[in-house]
Ligand binder design. Structure first.
Ligand SMILES: NC(=O)c1ccc[n+]([C@@H]2O[C@H](COP(=O)([O-])OP(=O)(O)OC[C@H]3O[C@@H](n4cnc5c(N)ncnc54)[C@H](OP(=O)(O)O)[C@@H]3O)[C@@H](O)[C@H]2O)c1
Length: 267
């Protein structure tokens, strides 16, 4: 049998938290396979990592909305002679607005990226991950713990990511595979512009930088933790959701997201 080299697969590496995760894994001496749609951005990051004396990451432009995205990534690995020791499902996006008024096609595309592709890539490489005693880092959100009026599909996709990752953590532990859900609160990245709101100007107490969030995710995966919520106040928020009635949480999130929509209309 041909020996494949171990690789860290990172989706959504062309921006934000994914770029920060790529830098961290590269610093640990890992060979990387970077995936996103914007090839030029991925190549710029690969050049930057190589300039620091690390092995230049492989770059694979893939649109994760496509049903054959997982096959395209698996094909690239065969071509490169690598197999995953770590899968980082970071790519994702949200959309601000009421579900009935947002484009149905765009909301379904969100399900394809945030849920379908993440599920496919979590399951596609289990044999290799077991052989390598590797891990899966799935990027969810604090939104996973909340009902999400005016970002309904996004919050629901992230609730799926936590639920699915929890169960995978339990199922795959006996096979030596670590599974961690990373649940960031607000992080200033391109996420806000794509979702259709600004990041609110100055950072508030819940806001952390992408580098810190990525580091917390990396460490939690290394430690085999099931879930990590970076930032004390974000952790407090997720704990508080267990005690506050759901209808009150819904009203609070609904009002908050409505105010973002109103601000967008004013600007
Ligand atoms: N920023 C926050 O406040 C925040 C909070 C909680 C959770 N998160 C989660 O963190 C993760 C990373 O978000 P971020 O904040 O770093 O956002 P970002 O800066 O917008 O980066 C998103 C990444 O996902 C990739 N992506 C989006 N659609 C894709 C598609 N169809 N195919 C392939 N790649 C795609 C983008 O690459 P291309 O555009 O090049 O394809 C980009 O690399 C997401 O799952 C997000 O839900 C973010």
């Amino acid at each position: 049998m041909t020996e494949h080299r171990p690789v860290t697969l990172i989706t959504g590496a062309s921006a934000g938290i994914g770029t920060a995760l790529a830098r961290i894994f590269a610093r640990q001496g890992k060979e990387l396979l970077l995936v996103a749609r914007r090839e030029q951005r991925l190549n710029e990051l690969a050049d930057e990592i190589a300039a620091f004396g690390h092995r230049r990451p492989h770059v694979e432009p893939v649109d994760l909305e496509r049903r054959d995205a997982g096959d395209a990534i698996a094909g690239a690995m065969v071509r490169l002679g690598v197999e995953p020791e770590t899968v980082v499902n970071n790519a994702g996006f949200g959309l601000l607005g009421s579900s009935a008024s947002l484009s149905r096609a765009e909301q379904l595309a969100m399900v394809d990226v945030n849920v379908r592709a993440l599920t496919d890539l979590s399951l596609a490489f289990v044999e290799a991950l077991a052989r390598r005693r590797g891990g899966i880092l799935n990027v969810a959100s604090v939104a996973a713990f909340l009902p999400g009026p005016h970002m309904a599909v996004y919050y629901a996709t992230k609730a799926y990511v936590v639920s699915f990752s929890d169960a995978l953590h339990w199922e795959l532990k006996p096979r030596g595979i670590r599974v961690t859900a990373l649940c960031p609160g607000p992080v200033p990245t391109e996420f806000q512009a794509r979702a259709g709101f600004d990041s609110g100007g100055k950072p508030d107490m819940l806001t952390l930088g992408a580098d810190q969030v990525a580091l917390d995710g990396y460490r939690a995966l290394e430690q085999g933790r099931r879930l990590v919520v970076p930032g004390m106040l974000n952790r407090a928020t997720t704990i508080m959701t267990r005690f506050v009635p759901r209808r009150l949480l819904m009203a609070a999130v609904g009002r908050y997201n409505s105010s973002r929509i109103a601000k967008r209309q004013r600007d």
